[in-house]
Ligand binder design. Structure first.
Ligand SMILES: [Zn+2]
Length: 276
């Protein structure tokens, strides 16, 4: 018999929050691994539903106890039981899906699922997901900055700051773009294939960017230039904290050129050394 070691933590104990998407992904990985074991392949077919239930519980529950009650109801739902002694599922009338196989109570797969659902260590930190926060927009903003300041190139601090500001202007100006529509008024969607997960996903195409702030930016630059005293500086002195003064930061001290030549020769390449 499975015993759950879940102890609800006090509200003040930890105010850190975790990204719900990453939480769901790690849960999916655990179910996927369990589903590869003998007599547990049925868990693979339930993986998406279980993750959806996790999202629902995190979104709906106000505290860890509410989450626990809703979350553990999953162990009944997968067996086809939607009400039990201490509770019931939140969903309405279900449309019967004859293709969806139920997990037999006390079967190996059900026991494996119970171990995941009632994992005490995982449940202890699950309250960090209850704020239902996601870092997706922040990650999207960081990707957007990379369009202006790629990691493949090095920039001096003022140039990097200017590029980051341009990225910020672009992001803020275009953040509320509406979905693009077809001639018949329907919203345009596009399929996107993720090579890593090998799955297709759907996203909404937004209206094209118009960069309407560029003329304002250009006239502000011109005004600033016209009112500036003196011309542009011809020689630029590096600031004392400019990282370019350190050269290439390989992390390994550079050997002498002669030593490098010897190494090349030992691998059968390079010019032969003059005979003594
Ligand atoms: Zn149910």
């Amino acid at each position: 018999m499975l015993i759950c070691k879940y102890q609800p933590s006090s509200a003040k104990e930890n105010i850190k929050t975790l990204d719900i998407w990453h939480g769901s992904k790690s849960l999916s990985k655990k179910i996927n691994t369990a589903g590869q074991q003998k007599e547990c392949t049925i868990l693979q077919t339930w993986n998406k539903d279980i993750c959806n239930h996790f999202w629902y519980c995190c979104k709906t529950a106000d505290n860890p106890d509410q989450f626990f009650d809703m979350w553990t109801g999953l162990l009944h739902h997968v067996t086809g039981k939607h009400s039990w002694a201490l509770g019931a599922c939140h969903h309405g009338l279900l449309i019967e899906n004859s293709e969806k196989e139920l997990i037999k109570s006390h079967s190996v797969a059900h026991q494996k699922l119970s171990l995941i659902v009632l994992d005490g260590r995982w449940l202890k930190k699950v309250h960090k997901y209850l704020n239902f926060r996601s870092t997706a927009e922040l990650e999207s903003f960081h990707n957007h900055i990379l369009m202006y300041a790629s990691k493949r190139f090095s920039f001096s601090p003022p140039v990097y700051a200017a590029r980051a500001m341009l990225a910020g202007l672009d992001y803020n100006y275009h953040i509320h773009r509406l979905p693009k529509k077809n001639n018949d008024g329907s919203i345009q969607y596009c399929g996107l294939f993720n090579k890593k997960s090998k799955k297709w996903s759907l996203y909404t195409v937004k209206e094209d960017k118009d960069y309407g702030y560029i003329p304002d930016l250009q006239s502000a630059i011109l005004r600033k230039r016209l009112s500036a005293v003196g011309g542009l500086p011809r020689t630029i002195t590096r600031r004392p904290d400019d990282p370019r003064q350190y050269g290439v930061l390989s992390g390994v001290p550079a050997p002498a050129t002669q030593d490098l030549l010897q190494m090349q020769l030992s691998r059968g390449r390079g010019e032969p050394l003059p005979k003594q």
